[in-house]
Design a binder for this molecule. Structure first.
Ligand code: FES
Ligand code: FES
Length: 262
């Protein structure tokens, strides 16, 4: 009824203004917005084009953020022995060992999988102990010895672990393989030195730890293989540890190895 009444009297209904709409327009129009619709659309377009083209404004903001980062551009000296070669380097202190190996030293055999310490693809030896190079700041190992997959073979002669992976189909795509092989090299010496794992049955027993399948799986659990080449990897470890690659846990038991899993 009210609408009818207004129509009759020719009085248009007034829209209710929001607080924002009641602000004055910067360009003097009566649109109710601080900037005109045209300027707003043009501004958004300019930002989008700038982002796509790498505009000077975008680059300037990156330069500004570098300027406010006190560590940017200040390099530190680093001395490393990599695969037997002495290296005197000057690096950004934020560089991970993985990036140093791959980007600066061009040793791309070490792979970057997750870059978060979860896959083991980046495993290298530092002073003969295996580590995730993606989680290691290069400056933290100043003066140390690094061994990568490139440092295992002696000329054309493959390392025994490399050969065992080939003999036992321990890989498919090969992406995880350098990390797996380096891990096995460390695993063998850890077991020989008597280092126990979570599945070692007798912690009081001195001497080398028997590498059962359970021991192998546990000790290799930090290295993920998306291709699922695990049976071949276990067989390869068995081969280099002096067992038959196809030897089963049952055979271990028959031989008297009570720690073998069933
Ligand atoms: S890349 Fe280092 S653990 Fe995955
Ligand atoms: S062989 Fe492909 S990820 Fe392990």
């Amino acid at each position: 009824m009210q609408i009818e009444h207004r129509k009759k009297r020719g009085k248009p209904a007034e829209p209710v203004k929001t607080p924002r709409e009641s602000m004055s327009c910067a360009h003097g129009s009566q649109c109710g917005w601080p900037v005109s619709r045209r300027d707003f659309v043009a501004g958004v377009g300019a930002v989008a084009v700038g982002a796509a083209m790498g505009s000077p404004a975008w680059a300037a903001s990156a330069v500004d953020s570098q300027a406010t980062d006190p560590s940017a551009g200040s390099e530190v000296p680093l001395s490393l022995t990599v695969n037997g070669e002495q290296k005197q380097l000057s690096i950004d202190p934020r560089t991970s060992l993985l990036d140093l190996l791959r980007e600066d030293l061009k040793l791309t055999g070490t792979k970057k999988g997750c870059d978060h310490g979860q896959c083991g693809a980046c495993t290298v030896l530092v002073n003969d102990r295996r580590i995730n190079s993606c989680l290691t700041l290069a400056v933290s190992i100043d003066g140390d010895n690094v061994t990568t997959i490139e440092g295992l073979a002696k000329g054309d002669e493959l390392h025994a672990v490399q050969q065992a992976f080939i003999d036992n189909d321990g890989f498919q795509c090969g992406y995880c393989t350098p990390g797996q092989i380096i891990s096995v090299v460390a695993l063998i010496s850890e077991a020989k030195s008597g280092a126990a794992s979570i599945v070692t049955r007798d912690l009081r027993q001195a001497g080398p730890v028997e590498l059962t399948d359970d021991e192998i799986r546990e000790r290799m659990s930090g290295n993920i293989c998306r291709c699922g080449a695990y049976p071949g990897i276990v067989a390869a470890v068995r081969q280099v540890s002096g067992k038959s690659p196809t030897q089963t846990a049952f055979e271990d038991r028959v031989r008297g190895d009570s720690s073998a899993a069933f």
